[in-house]
Design a protein around this ligand. Structure first.
Ligand code: IMP
Length: 502
């Protein structure tokens, strides 16, 4: 197929998350992987993503592998690009789970995640010095930090045992100064986890058994030997000739480059980051699709979410260790998306939208769509927007859109500007000290009952009205498609993308 309803005759396409992750990017990646792409490339993040993909009736949850691995398209090539934090343990486990060998290539320059990266990530989240970020515990931050500090290892080191041993010893020596400030029993407990070698890397004396790590990572070198190549050159040669799909992980508002610190991940999830992570230049991308959940949005982990249903009550509940999918339904017996109590309404959206982490089942915090944040996000992910999860709001009597905020915090300097209590803000200032004190100003809209799947049937009037409000509210936004359910057929095309600068 040359032309595709979603991307026209574009050759290089990026799918970017427009909010805080979990927008439903996977469905569109899978759709294009099935009937369009020659390459599906992950260029950012690592095993911290959670993509649920299907092959026939079989369901797979991938964290690290590109979502194209389950595609039936036999000439499709899946690429783990240079910008990825590659964890060989996660890759091995996901390949085993698949039960067949997909076409998979791994960049020889991808950053290598090692057991002590997971250890450091998890130990910091125990909260000795600071408030936790609510990370996924997959070692992402420490692995990228090593890369930026120029002491990290890369996948290529797996192929060269001497280099692997030398770099690993040097890297670990540095980390031991930090690790020695912790109780060895905490270290032992964390290292007992299967993701960190089930205790095989713990040593009473040196805390981490460097020789054991060298030995098993040498084995990974042999295991992945045939897949490790120079993917940057391969993709550079393919640009303009082959159909390349860049699969975003996480999202713009979680990007280390433009997200809201410190509650971000450690890779650049923007369009630029996706390109660089695949060894390309953003100018080589023909079209980007920004995936945005509406009319509600979600966030997992810590950090500001100005429109959160029930505010702090919801944040506290989602953070609490007792909060599970089952328990919240017992606490609030019949939460619905029409509940007059906002906290319960948020639970209603979580239940109907199945907003629980793909593997951890962590509760995703829910809130109304936030236009100031969306106006900010389109600057880094493009203005072609795909709206997802619209069906979750079927039957909702009244929908709200946050158009602007009222700042209610103490006097605060943002560069040359001084924010004062009571100030109205039409834009989102990407600073937690501001966003934490932003009260949303809402516009209200009637809801819709159901969305017909047939493109020839008119959209419900209230939905048209809602889409018009979004077009008015975000300059230059081009709404390309509406997702009304998890299946490919549950997609309505309402515009054309076909150009990055729509
Ligand atoms: P890390 O990427 O594990 O370091 O986590 C940093 C922050 O990003 C935390 O708030 C995580 O909850 C969030 N995060 C990481 N991956 C995802 C994702 O795939 N979806 C949503 N949030 C994510």
């Amino acid at each position: 197929m040359t032309n595709h309803a979603l991307v026209g005759d574009s050759k290089t396409v990026a799918i970017v998350g427009g909010q805080f992750g979990d927008e439903g990017k996977g469905k569109f990646v899978a759709l294009l992987a099935t009937d369009w792409a020659d390459f599906v490339v992950r260029g950012t993040g690592g095993a911290n993503a959670g993509h649920t993909i299907y092959r026939g009736d079989q369901k797979f949850v991938c964290h690290l592998l590109p979502s194209g691995v389950a595609s039936d398209k036999c000439d499709l090539v899946n690429v783990i690009g240079t910008g990825v934090a590659f964890d060989p343990v996660a890759a091995r486990d996901e390949l085993t789970q698949l039960g067949f060998a997909p076409n998979l290539l791994i960049s020889h320059r991808a950053r290598l995640v090692l057991p002590h990266h997971l250890l450091l990530d998890r130990i910091r989240e125990c909260g000795k010095e600071e408030k936790p970020i609510g990370t996924t515990g997959r070692g992402i931050g420490p692995a990228y930090a090593d890369h930026t500090a120029r002491v990290g290892l890369v996948v290529n080191d797996l192929l060269n045992p001497d280099v692997l041993a030398r770099k690993l010893r040097r890297n670990l020596e540095e980390k031991l100064t930090i690790l020695r400030s912790y109780d060895p029993q905490i270290i032992r407990a964390i290292l007992n986890h299967p993701d960190l070698g089930s205790g095989a890397y713990f040593n009473e004396h040196s805390l981490i058994d460097c020789d054991a790590v060298i030995e098993s990572y040498g084995q990974f070198g042999r295991m992945f030997n045939d897949m490790i190549v120079d993917t940057d050159s391969l993709l550079q040669r393919a640009v303009g000739r082959k159909r390349i799909l860049l699969e975003g992980a996480q999202a713009v508002l979680l990007s280390v480059a433009c997200g809201i610190h410190p509650h971000v991940t450690s890779s650049d999830c923007s369009l630029n980051g996706l390109a660089t992570g695949a060894g390309l230049d953003a100018a080589q991308i023909d079209t980007s699709l920004l995936v945005v959940k509406a009319p509600y949005m979600t966030r997992v982990g810590e950090g500001p979410l100005p429109t959160e249903f029930g505010g702090n009550q919801s944040a506290d509940w989602c953070r609490s260790s007792e909060a599970t999918a089952e328990r919240e339904q017992a606490v609030i017996p019949t939460p619905t998306i029409n509940d007059s109590d906002e906290f319960s309404q948020g639970i209603g959206f979580r239940i109907v939208g199945n907003e629980y982490g793909a593997t951890t089942r962590r509760l995703r915090r829910t809130g109304w769509l936030d236009l100031p944040l969306l106006r900010y996000a389109v600057q880094f992910g493009g203005r072609n927007v795909v709206l997802t999860k619209l069906d979750v709001a079927n039957g909702c009597n009244e929908l709200k859109i946050c158009d602007s905020y009222c700042y209610t915090g103490p006097n605060y300097h943002v560069g040359e500007r001084l924010l004062r209590n009571g100030e109205q803000l039409s834009e989102a200032i990407p600073d937690r000290n501001v966003l934490e004190h932003c009260q949303p100003n809402y516009s209200c809209f009637p809801g819709w009952e159901a969305i017909p799947q047939d493109d020839n049937e008119p959209l419900p009037k209230p939905l048209e009205q809602y889409l018009s409000a979004l077009r008015r509210g975000v300059d230059g936004i081009n709404i390309v498609a509406l997702s009304t359910g998890p299946h490919d057929t549950q997609t309505r095309f309402v515009g054309s993308s076909f150009s990055l600068y729509a």
